[in-house]
Design a protein around this ligand. Structure first.
Ligand code: PEP
Ligand code: MG
Length: 317
């Protein structure tokens, strides 16, 4: 099985009816780029930049260190696009183990991801400058985690303008970036049209979208049995986000675990998804599903699945 899968590495991911599917890698460090290439990824769909920030005991990476790390990831992908997500700490990813017990009553609902970045605007602008500079070395997309509110969107984009102006004033070279938002909170999925007014593309973070839709802490073992990617409400939010992007001709990807789970490949294809980002180890298995899929036939089936009371049963049938 492994040998057969590895022969698929250089086979383009195209469905039986000729739809080209983009299979991208999720990475945590620049050194993960070679593994992504080796797995046959056509780019990085999610570089979780927070791993550069964690376990530093308050000594966060400066602009130069970040720039060199992002540039290394970009160069490591040898001309393929790299989507860099701004820092997503808090909740399940504390900056330091020692801070885990800081008084956050409910870290998943607290100061995490973009909320933390907007509360530390100097830190955030430093990261934005480093990413813009890395974009001078290849195709870089900038991705913002966990936005929910229009005010956060506008504040984020104005800090991005500010970061560009700082680089201009310094005479430092930088490149163009497409800017995208993660859809991880039900509010964002429901306000998808507002998001599309401001962003070039969206990326659906199903790990958090499931957590927040079902009110199930993704890190809490005692409720893990209720963490259900097949809940009709979750599938409705995913489906509507994809279809609005498709309708408007905007890029949309899924970068949560669902994208790398072969049980969901056919459903996501049927919902119109053409871009999947996952752990590199999953790429060949998902590609195998893509090669066997007929997206036109799956489209009708997928609508029946998401409208059903028990989607998991229909998917298994
Ligand atoms: C997600 O929430 O689906 C996601 C990709 O982000 P993370 O798992 O890093 O929170
Ligand atoms: Mg997330």
């Amino acid at each position: 099985e492994r040998g057969r899968l590895s022969r698929l590495r250089h086979t383009p991911a195209v469905t039986l009816d000729g739809q080209k599917i983009e299979l991208l890698a999720n990475i945590e460090m620049p050194d993960d780029a070679p593994a992504a290439l080796k797995a046959g990824a056509v780019g990085v769909g999610l570089f979780r930049s927070e791993f550069l920030f964690m376990g530093r005991h308050g000594n966060l990476p400066d602009e130069e260190e970040q720039y060199l790390a992002y540039r290394r990831a970009v160069e490591g992908m040898e001309g393929l696009p790299v989507t860099i997500r701004t820092v997503d700490v808090g909740a399940d990813k504390p900056l330091d183990e020692s801070r885990r017990d800081e008084a956050h009553l409910n870290p998943a609902l607290g100061l995490r991801a973009i909320r933390w970045s907007l509360s530390e605007p100097d830190m955030f602008r430093t990261q934005l400058r480093a990413i813009l500079r890395a974009a001078a070395h290849g195709k870089v997309n900038l991705l913002i985690p966990m936005l929910a509110h229009g005010g956060e969107i506008r504040q984020t984009l104005s800090l991005l303008d500010f970061a560009r102006a700082e680089l201009d004033n310094r005479g430092t070279a930088y490149g163009p970036v497409d800017v995208g938002a993660m859809i991880e909170v039900p509010a964002a999925a429901l306000a998808v049209r507002t998001f599309l007014k401001y962003f070039d593309f969206l990326s659906i973070g199903t790990n958090d979208l499931i957590q927040y839709t079902l009110a199930i802490d993704r890190a809490d073992e005692s409720v893990a049995h209720l963490y259900d990617p097949c809940h009709p409400a979750v599938l409705r939010l995913v489906a509507d986000t994809i279809s609005e992007c498709v309708r408007q001709g905007k890029g949309v990807s899924v970068c949560g675990e669902m994208a790398g789970d072969t049980q969901f490949t056919r459903l996501l294809l049927g919902l119109g998804l053409r871009s999947f980002s996952m752990h590199p180890a999953q790429i060949l298995a998902v590609k195998q599903e893509v090669l066997r899929a007929d997206s036109t036939r799956l489209a009708e089936w997928a609508q029946r699945v998401i409208e059903s009371e028990d989607p998991a049963a229909l998917m298994a049938a």
